[in-house]
Ligand binder design. Sequence first.
Ligand code: PMP
Length: 461
Amino acid sequence: MTVTTVERADILGGLIDAEQDRFRESHPRSAEAWQQGKRHFLYGGPSHWMRRWAGGFPIYVDEASGAHIRDIDGRDYVDFCLGDTGGMCGHAPEAVTDAALRQFRRGTTTMLPTEDSLWVGAELSRRFGPRHWTLTTSATDANRAAIRIARMITGRPKVLVFSGCYHGGVEEAHVEIRNGRVGMRNMIHPNGIDHDAVTRVVEFNDVAALEAALAHDDVACVLTEPLMTNFGMIPVDAEFHHTLRDLTRRAGTMLVIDETHTLSCGPGGYTQANRLQPDIFVTGKAIAGGIPAGVFGLGQEIAERLWKIVPYVNPRERQSAHLGFGGTLAGNALTIATMRAVLEKVLTPVNYQHMIATATRLASETRGLIETNRLPWHVTQIGARAEIMFMPHPPRSGADVIAGRQPDLETLLHAFYMNEGILVTPFHTMLLMCPATSARDVERHTAVFAQFIDLLRQSGV
Ligand code: PMP
């Protein structure tokens, strides 16, 4: 029996209602806490991101450990969201916890370096390539700093981003192409900024559009993830990075690679695994094991050009040259201590091997179910990260995602997952592994995904 589009939407709407009812009934304490939270927080929780869960409200966390979360209703979840990557080290990893406690007792923030920072700087260079690093308090801040440096050095106004991107609260990256036009993404307010003056946006993997956009000689930098992870996973075409580097070099445009998420590809991110050559490398989130942090690194030539504009300060001069980006707590002793623990003991090659093998198994079992049931869906897996999308083939661009996405099916899956003890990133169906994610966790996901397919079959969609 085939159903019409309208019937299908009705059925899915009914299923979502049923899952949300089930969620409310089985999470009475979180439901009550959410009502209380709304009394004091602008969007219910301490961060507005916490409101976006498909059950209708968030679970309140009692404790998080390894790859699991226990909520205040006493329910256990396999956590494949991992704080949207901030928790990629796993929750409360021993090495990070020990380092944090040790440093807490010795002082957290002094606006002075500790000796641990010397190890961290050298390790960042060894892993990711660039020689000169700066810490920030978030990946957003690292991207903002990278953009500012690119503008200072090139003297150009514009930032080129790919439609469907997300780079944090970066004004220039809040745009997308919709119906052939450039507009604000997700109804984000333009904030008084003339985006036409500061931004160019093209579709990912679109070489001709990229070349045309760079031809105006007004683009300071291209800001991109190595592959897109924030609009469903969009894999990158085989030759795209080679062409991107070539075109940006020829255009005198700097290339900023944001590895805030793709740090999940391996110990040196996608950049090292694929020998990319960014002018500025950015990462964040998991890099300090859950303590807020971002980093950006640049090579010798770019650093020398920057020092000409903003020199090392002479303490005898009263007016010091200001870089225009900050973060008083950036690079503090606590962040440095936990970052060292992450790089030395948690995000190690051995742990990456395990994380990637676990993601490979999850992707393969999920694909198996999709194929057996002849569903027009696919799974993308790159490194320790997998994505299930309700379209037959991986998208090549943001436009493909807009055309193929099935938001009601996604909402239903997410609500169903939450009821069955699985957490994934709420914005799309992305599953991330941490060193503690086990074979049993993958088996649980496979079983729940099979149940979800049964639910759809029984409901006639
Ligand atoms: N870059 C990328 C690729 C991201 O996915 C995000 C957050 N999802 C950020 C930057 C911003 O990170 P933060 O919110 O920690 O500043």
